[in-house]
Every structure is written in C-alpha cells, then in structure tokens.
Design a protein. Structure first.
Length: 318
C-alpha cells in the first residue's frame, strides 16, 4: 500500500458548500473572516484564487463566451485550492485545529491531515464590482455583503494602503487600476464615469478613494436589488457599524444564515470587534469631506448613511 507523503492530506476534502464574502476594501471583511475562521465547519480563504484584474474585466461589458470563461476560471480557482497543499497538507489541518478547536480529542485527526470543514468561504473585496458574475458562476453559494460608511472606508484606504495617489495612477500594476484610460499624465480607472476624467485627476486622494467606494457600492446594490436575488434567500447584507455595535447578535444571525454553529472560540473572536474606527473621517478638513460627499452622497444615502452636504453635484460609477 502506498504511503501518504509526510505533510499531505490523508483523505480528500469533505467540502461541498460555497460562501462568498464581499464588500469594498476596508469595510470589515478581514475582521469577519477572522471570526468565520474559528468555525470548525468553515475553510476560509482570502483573495489570490482568482486574479483581481480578472474581476475588473468581469465588471466591464464582455461577450457571453468571455463571461463563461471567467465563470469557469472562478470555479476552477476554488476547486484547485481544495486540491492543493495549501488546504490539504498536515500543516494546514493543524492550523485549522489550532484556530477553531484546540480540543485534544481532535488533535489526532489533524495530525493525520484529516479535514472536517463543510463550506469553503471565499473573501474578495473586488467582487463588489461584479457580484452578478460570481452569482452566476456559483449558483448554490451563499453571499454575505458587508457595507460600511464610504467616508470611513476612504479614510482607512489612505491610511492603510496609500491608495490612488498620483504615483499609483502612473501604471496599471495596482489592484484598483488594472483597466484604465489616459487623462493627461495620469491613468484614470475604468470605474470613473465618462466625462469625469479631469475631475477625478484634480480630486485629492481621499476623494478618489470614496469615488471607488461609490462605484463599488452602486454595482453591489444594483445586484442586491434584483428581484431574483432578493427572492433567493441566498444573500445577507451586514452593516459594519451594526456588526461592531452588536457583534454577538449580528454574528449569530450571520452564522445561522451560513448554516453553521457558533462555538466558544467564535464568541471570543466576535468580542474583538470595536467601534473605535467609526467616524474617523471627521478628522479630515471640512472642505474635503464636503467634496467627498458630493461624489459619494447618492450611494451613502442609498446605503442609509446621513450626508450633511445639501445636494449631490456629482456621482460616481461607470
């Protein structure tokens, strides 16, 4: 009998279900995935399974044949992950045991590389640009959409990633700008509406960031408003502000939606949620905030956030 090589799985994956977590970058999806990773029934993985540039491509008009290729590519990326050592190795099984269990009774199975997760949970923020494509690619998956005040999202994007600076608009190597058109010396992302190129170039970095949030939020909400999506019962929208204000209540509802059970480690992970980052955008200059609200005001209001600006003079979105 052939021996299983050291460090590889002793049996095939028991995973059959799929769940998708999406929302604009810095909307709290990382915190949510850290929580879900403590569930023994969930295998959680973020990004890298499907290139971000292809998600941008999927969000732009494509012929049916190209869209089918993109859908197959996404399914293949998830399938290949479950067949890889990133999931199937003994080390991966031990990591999951440490994160979700630490029960001595489960250690023997982990040492043998055995897995017991039922659902692969995949998080990719840029799915917000094209949720309909992922929906069609995975007709049995459940979707969790995390929405956060775009003004705080933009603030966090700048502090964490220095996103959409002039230097980042000089090439197409960033996750935010793989498809562009030129406006003077800078490259304008595809998600800036036609005719607004110069306004985008002249805007400061914070306003550009909320411009991206607004374009993502618009596309995500258009998808969520589809009658067939609403009727499916397969999508749950979670407001980040509600999640950190009532982590146990919101987290319990979310985990029930995914068909899983909460354990003590998950309760502790939910307890790490905090409200310290809410409203941090207010530290920015008033004029900058007003400009950001002019750009993102329509989607902020649509998502239920209060906007002080008296009117919306511009909107983002392709």
């Amino acid at each position: 009998m052939a021996r299983t090589p050291a460090g590889t799985a002793a049996q095939s994956s028991p995973i059959e279900g799929r769940a998708i977590v999406f929302g604009a970058p810095r909307s709290g999806t990382t915190f949510l995935m850290e929580v879900l990773d403590t569930l023994g029934e969930a295998e959680c993985v973020t990004g890298n399974l499907f290139p971000t540039a292809l998600l941008h491509l999927a969000a732009t008009p494509q012929p049916p044949a190209t869209r089918e290729v993109l859908e197959r590519g996404l399914r293949g990326g998830l399938r290949d992950y479950l067949a890889s050592s990133a999931y199937g190795s003994r080390a991966a099984a031990l990591r999951k045991w440490w994160t979700a269990s630490r029960d001595p009774r489960d250690l023997r199975g982990a040492l043998a590389g055995r897995r017991r997760e039922r659902v692969l949970v995949y998080k990719e923020p840029f799915i917000s640009f094209c949720p309909a494509v992922v929906w069609d690619a995975l007709p049995d998956a459940r979707f969790v959409y995390l929405v956060r005040d775009g003004r705080d999202v933009a603030d966090s994007l700048l502090r964490k990633y220095d996103v959409l600076a002039d230097s980042r608009l000089a090439d197409v190597e960033s996750n935010e700008t793989p498809i562009v058109r030129r406006s003077g010396e800078l490259l304008v992302p595809w998600w800036v509406e036609s005719g607004a190129e110069q306004a985008f170039v002249e805007a400061d970095q914070y306003v550009r960031a909320i411009w991206m949030w607004s374009a993502m939020a618009s596309r995500a909400q258009d998808f969520l408003d589809r009658p067939d999506v609403k009727a499916s019962g397969r999508v749950l929208t979670v407001r980040y502000e509600d999640l950190v204000a009532d982590p146990l209540g919101q987290g319990s509802a979310l985990i029930d939606f995914l068909g899983m059970r909460m354990g003590p480690r998950t309760r502790r992970a939910l307890g790490d949620g905090h409200q310290r980052s809410l409203g941090v955008y207010r530290r920015r200059p008033a004029a900058t905030i007003r400009h950001a609200e002019e750009i993102g005001g329509a989607e902020l209001r649509r998502a239920g956030y209060e906007v002080a600006a008296p009117s919306v003079v511009a909107t983002a979105g392709p």
